[in-house]
Design a protein around this ligand. Structure first.
Ligand SMILES: Nc1ncnc2c1ncn2[C@@H]1O[C@H](COP(=O)(O)OP(=O)(O)OP(=O)(O)O)[C@@H](O)[C@H]1O
Ligand SMILES: [Mg+2]
Length: 145
């Protein structure tokens, strides 16, 4: 088990932390739950991770709130970014095919609001918990198997 903490006071700091976090996510395949309240910075962190992996520019990574899944092809990693905030049942979850994504040998599957679903927590390889401090301060707690 790898455990790391990071702290920043800016959006750019979170983007930079995304690069450190991305290194901790290797090797693929992995499924990671991103935990943290609305506006904690989960999607912002994914922007940083995607940039480091050569999968997308930060401005091209948008929240999959309505589409539920976005994917980006990196140099060696295929990044799947999910947001399950609007999903309610395990039955709806099945239609997304998360197991198939996570079974791809080069997949990194990052799941916002994954902690809502016990089946996801059970199969996750780790989690990134984000705590909202005062103002723009954010703390990141990374645990990876
Ligand atoms: N240090 C910081 N890191 C990330 N975001 C920050 C920071 N400081 C302020 N913010 C602001 O907080 C918000 C974070 O939004 P983001 O979409 O990343 O959150 P989220 O956790 O994905 O939320 P949601 O659960 O709604 O998807 C943005 O409006 C951003 O400008
Ligand atoms: Mg988000």
């Amino acid at each position: 088990m790898i455990e790391r903490r990071f702290k920043t006071r800016s959006v750019n700091g979170t983007l930079a932390i995304g690069q450190n976090v991305a290194e901790l996510m290797l090797p693929a395949p992995k499924l990671i739950v991103l935990r943290g309240e609305l506006g904690a910075g989960k999607t912002t962190l994914v922007k940083g991770i995607a940039t480091f992996l050569g999968a997308a520019e930060p401005e091209d990574v948008t929240s999959p709130t309505f589409t539920l899944v976005h994917s980006y092809q990196g140099k060696t990693i295929r990044l799947y970014h999910l947001d399950l905030y609007r999903l309610e049942t395990e039955r709806e979850l099945l239609t997304l095919g998360i197991d198939e994504m996570a079974a791809e040998p080069d997949a990194l599957v990052l799941v916002e609001w994954g902690e809502k679903f016990p089946s996801i927590v059970a199969r996750a390889d780790g989690e990134i918990a984000i705590e909202h401090g005062d103002g723009d301060e954010r703390m990141f707690f990374v645990r990876v198997k």
